[in-house]
Every structure is written in structure tokens, then in C-alpha cells.
Design a binder for this molecule. Structure first.
Ligand code: SF4
Length: 71
């Protein structure tokens, strides 16, 4: 599913991944943030899919591409 407006994700302010990655300045996550959170491409975020399906936030370690970070 496309990012609704082709730009910023509507969950960006409450997203555990986005907030953790930006606060910790994880530059290795810049590409994922660009592709998913900033909606550079029409990629479907796994975290968003989880939230909509399960009706609760995904684990913070879940990346937008569906991979899990190790604790
Ligand atoms: S990780 Fe997914 S839900 Fe979180 S801000 Fe980025 S696109 Fe939105």
C-alpha cells in the first residue's frame, strides 16, 4: 500500500522505531527512514501493517522492512 500522501508517515510521532532511530542517531537506519517513514517510495511498512492488523504497536525492534533488531 502506498504511503498515503507520498510523504511523511502518519504514525511518525508515535512510532517506536522512528523515535529510537532518530534519538540515538542511528545513521544506518537513514535509508529505511527515507524509504518508509519519509515516503520516498511506495513501500508498505511492516510496522504499520502490524499496527493495523493487531491493533497495538509493534515491538520497537521491528524494522519497517519487517526484520527484527536483536535486543
Ligand atoms: S517505521 Fe513505519 S510506522 Fe514507523 S514512522 Fe516509519 S513508516 Fe511509519
Amino acid at each position: 500500500m502506498a504511503n498515503s500522501h507520498g510523504n511523511i508517515c502518519e504514525y511518525i510521532e508515535v512510532c517506536g522505531f522512528f523515535n529510537a532511530a532518530t534519538q540515538a542517531r542511528m545513521t544506518e537506519m537513514d535509508d529505511l527512514i527515507h524509504l518508509y517513514c519519509h515516503g520516498g517510495d511506495d513501500l508498505e511498512c511492516a510496522r504499520k501493517r502490524f499496527l493495523l492488523a493487531i491493533k497495538r504497536p509493534p515491538p520497537d525492534g521491528m524494522l519497517p522492512n519487517g526484520q527484527m533488531l536483536r535486543a
